[in-house]
Every structure is written in C-alpha cells, then in structure tokens.
Ligand binder design. Structure first.
Ligand code: AHR
Length: 525
C-alpha cells in the first residue's frame, strides 16, 4: 500500500496516538508554511461540477419546465442562485453513463419536435428537451466553463466530429448552418471535450477493451483536433480502481495510444461508509492521494517515452498531460446494480460525508501540480450538494466545503509540512487526525483543516516561515451536533459559522473542534 507524502510527514512525528481529553487541554498539531514552497497554481477547474441526464439532476433539478420557480426557458431560479453562490466555475455534461448512448442531434432544433428516446443507462425515457443549446445557455448563466463528454460508446467518429463542428465551427458548412438556423450565430468555442466515459466499465454502453478503446479514441481525437485544434481532450482513464482490478494496465495502454492527442486522463472515485466505521471512512481522502500519485507516475512514464511518429526521435515539444478527476464524491446508500427511474442516486448527506468531501478537496489542492480538472458528481439531487422538491430546495452538508473552497482557495497551493497525532484505520496504517491544505494568492492565505477525531478538539499551530500575519483571521467552521447530523427542508444543523481569530507575528494557534472542517482566511505581510 502506498503512503502519501502527507501521511508520511505525519507518521514521522513523535506525537501521542491517543489524544488528551477535555476542551481545556486539547492535543496539538502543527502546520508549517513558506510562501515560496508550493506545488504551483491552483486551477479554478478543480472546483468543477457535473450534470447528467440521470434521475432528477437535470429534469426536476436545474431544469423544470412549467414550475413556478423556473424562468421561461425552464431553468429553476432557486437552483441557479444556489449554484452561483457555490461559485461553480466548470460544468461537465451530458454524462456519465448517459453520454455513451447519446445522440446530440436528438437535442437540437425546436424543443417540441425533438424525439423522445429510450434511455438505457438509467432506465427512463429521455425527452431531449434539454440539449446543447440549453446546456450552453445554462453554463453562461452560471458563469461556468463548459466541458462536453462525447459518445465514444455507441457513437460514431463522424457524430463526434460533427458535434464539435456544430458547437465550435465558423465556416459556412451544412452543420454550422444548422446551428445558425437553430438560433445561434456565433460558435460557442467549447474547449474541453471528453473522449467517452468509463469505457473500462462492463456497465458502459459500448464498453471496450483498453486496446480497442485506445484505437477508437485516437481516431476520434484526431478528428476533433482537425476540426478545432484549440480543443483540450480528456481521455477516459480506468474507473474501476479496486484491489485486483487491472486499472494500471488500462491506463498504461490508453496513455500509450493517446499521449500525443489527449491533454488529460480521467480518474473517478466514489467512497462510502457501509461498514459504519467513522475512523476509516474519514480517512478516504488517502485513497484519492494514492490514486493521483499512481496515475501521475504513469503519465510521467508515458510522456517521457514520446517519440515523433515519423522520425522516431524523442519529442521535445514540451507537451504535458494532467489528471482530470472528473467524478468524485461520497456515494453508497442510493447505490446498487439496476437502479432505474426518476428518484435514483438521491443521497442524503450527513456530517461525516461532509468531512470526506472537505478531505477530498484538500487532496485535490495538495496535488494542484498534476490535477488540473475535477468535477464533483453531481450538482443537483443526484449525489448532490443541492436538493430540491417542487416547492424549494435545501443545501446538503457537503455544500459548505464546496462553497468555501471555490470562493476562497486561489493562487498557489502551498506545501503543507504537518506534524501531529495519527491513528490506524481498517484500510490505512497511518492516518493523521489533522488533514490540511493551504493556498496563497498574493497576500491572502487560506488554510483548510479537517479534524478527523470523532470526540476531541485539537489545537493546531500555523507557523509562517517567511511571513507575518497582517491582522485578524476569519474562521469558518462547518460542524454540527454529531457525525450523523443531516440537513433537510425543515432544519439545517450543519452549516458554516464564522468567527474572528486574533493573528499577529508569525504563528497562531487555532482550536479545531471534533469532527469539523475549518477554513481560516488571513492576510499576510
Ligand atoms: O455519477 C454517477 C455515475 O457514476 C456516472 O454516470 C458514471 O460515470 C459513474 O459510474
């Protein structure tokens, strides 16, 4: 089992494994930061999200024609406000598994004339009333950058190519004329395109072997880049990362085929607490660390061997590939084979789920040099931070860390040197109680801290090696009465609460409550 850099640092600390009891005397941990010791720029796309034609994510979620809460286009205005408040910068669509049998042509033209089709990924009928134009209108209203996943399951190369031409083309071709006839004169210029979804999965319509997918996706990638060389392509990495699965072999093969054309390779991760083991569940972000570290190594290996296809000379064009973590979340209750229909994948999140989501965000920030895209799955109702009914919505526990990270974490990802007590969990030999990340944007420092201890607070000292605090810090704490606390339409026991914390000199000590996620924001001099 691989131990991440963060885990190793914590493991080397000579700190007690058992915490002192009582609020007066908490155990201690420390975080050391230096403004020049960082892992590079944090890409805003790390705070991306995802809408799929699945359950009530699109229909009944972002899009609810005829609802008094929707505008005349059908966009739910209360949902749109919650999405904007969460500051979603990047949005993936139309799936997921749905994308692998989606014909984009069904979703253009007058809404009432669009064909209803059997939707086989999730066992419903797809009305096609939300298609390319609706998605592009929606991302514009959200203020997000679009990311479209092509159908490389049942779809043909020319269908994929023509979708890119329809969206991005500016020549007077038949496809572009069709777009103009449908009311959009100028190309949208969508940059990010996925080369299929979870093509390694037996459940995927059009599932292929790694070799077959690699060859198929390579030709699709060539056509997309010939249509619009400014596009950025995301290859479908292995989704099925479980002990004994051949996910490394899949990724090696896919990287080998696509390293000259793809700009990213995808990773997916869903975790759960079916065993009701809090200590092990909240350590799940270590699994994300491990997946990222392994895939980053595979990318480095593939890129170092790139050769010119004509001359055989080692490539010196400096092309890079990054990880797109384009599906991640807690998902286990509303799960199981054969889920069909409208009210599916509707997870109700509790406080411990929120801690895992905050820890995943820490992991993404701590790998900001190799992960440049991430999309929480998904935005509304379906394993989502926003939950609706016909009368309104409520914000789930996981909404708060997503909102705090996206609104405040910017600039460079600082390397966090942390020390503190650790524990052993069912899956991981060494788990730090304190999990953290930090960012510095000019003079604005943000530190994110998850306290994985179920019952004890911790005093965390944040020490600056080359800077000083320029004034008091703002602290937002997301917590609730107990680890199973949930929000719903009538009560919201888990929210973010703000307080002020004195800060001067080059060190401050922050008490973080048991089972909490805390974000500290402060200016440096
Ligand atoms: O996000 C739910 C589903 O999980 C997606 O459709 C699929 O890609 C993954 O298996």
């Amino acid at each position: 089992m691989k131990i991440s850099r963060r885990t190793m640092l914590a493991a080397s600390a000579a700190a007690p494994a058992v915490l002192a009891a009582g609020p007066a005397k908490a155990a201690t941990a420390s975080i050391k930061l230096h403004s020049q010791r960082h892992r590079g720029a944090i890409d805003r796309k790390l705070f991306g999200n995802f809408i799929e034609h699945l359950g009530r994510c699109i229909e009944g979620g972002v899009f609810d024609e005829g609802s008094p809460l929707s505008d005349k286009e059908g966009f739910r205005q209360d949902v749109l406000k919650a999405v904007k408040d969460m500051n979603v910068p990047f949005l993936r669509w139309p799936g997921g598994n749905f994308s692998s049998n989606y014909n984009w042509r069904d979703g253009i033209g007058p809404r009432d004339a669009r064909p209803a089709r059997l939707e086989m990924a999730w066992g419903t009928v797809e009305s096609n009333r939300f298609g390319t134009h609706e998605f592009m209108d929606y991302v514009q209203q959200v203020g997000a950058e679009p990311y479209i996943c092509l159908n490389l399951g049942t779809g043909s190369w020319s269908e994929a190519q023509q979708w890119v031409e329809y969206v991005n083309g500016n020549e007077n071709t038949a496809v572009v004329k069709e777009r103009r006839k449908n009311g959009r004169d100028q190309p949208w210029g969508v940059k990010y395109w996925g080369l299929g979804n979870e093509m390694d999965g037996y459940w995927q319509m059009g599932h292929r072997s790694a070799e077959d997918y690699g060859k198929y996706a390579l030709e699709a990638a060539k056509l997309v880049k010939l249509t619009d060389p400014s596009t950025k392509l995301i290859a479908a990495g292995a989704s099925n990362f479980r002990p004994g699965s051949d996910w490394i072999a899949w990724n090696r093969t896919v990287l080998d085929y696509l390293k000259d054309y793809a700009d990213y390779i995808s990773l997916h991760l869903y975790v759960g607490n079916a065993a009701n083991d809090f200590a092990d569940f909240v350590a799940s972000p270590i699994e994300m660390d491990q997946k990222i570290d392994i895939l980053a190594g595979l990318i480095s290996a593939a890129m170092s061997g790139r050769r010119d296809r004509l001359t055989g000379a080692v490539q010196t064009d400096g092309k890079q590939m990054y990880i797109a973590f384009d599906e991640w979340n807690v998902w286990y209750r509303a799960r199981g084979d054969g889920q069909k229909g409208r009210r599916i994948l509707e997870e109700h999140y509790n406080l411990e789920d929120m801690l895992v989501v905050a820890g995943f965000l820490n992991s993404l920030i701590n790998h900001a040099d190799v992960v440049k895209i991430a999309n929480l799955a998904q935005l509304v109702n379906v394993i989502a931070p926003i939950f609706t009914n016909e009368k309104g919505l409520y914000l789930q526990t996981i909404y708060y860390p997503l909102q705090l990270f996206s609104n405040n974490v910017k600039g460079n990802s600082l390397t966090v040197l942390s020390e503190g007590p650790t524990y052993k969990s069912a899956r991981f030999p060494v788990v730090p109680y304190i999990d953290s990340s930090a960012s510095l944007d000019g003079h604005a420092l943000v530190v994110n801290i998850v306290n994985r201890h179920q019952t004890e607070a911790m005093d965390v000292t944040i020490a600056l090696e080359d800077k000083r605090f320029a004034g008091a810090a703002t602290v937002s704490e997301v917590n609730g009465p107990d680890i199973k606390a949930m929000n719903d339409f009538n009560s919201n026991p888990v929210t973010a609460k703000n307080r002020s914390q004195a800060a001067s000199g080059n060190s401050l000590t922050l008490r973080v409550a048991a089972h909490s996620y805390t974000q500290l924001r402060v200016m440096l001099a």
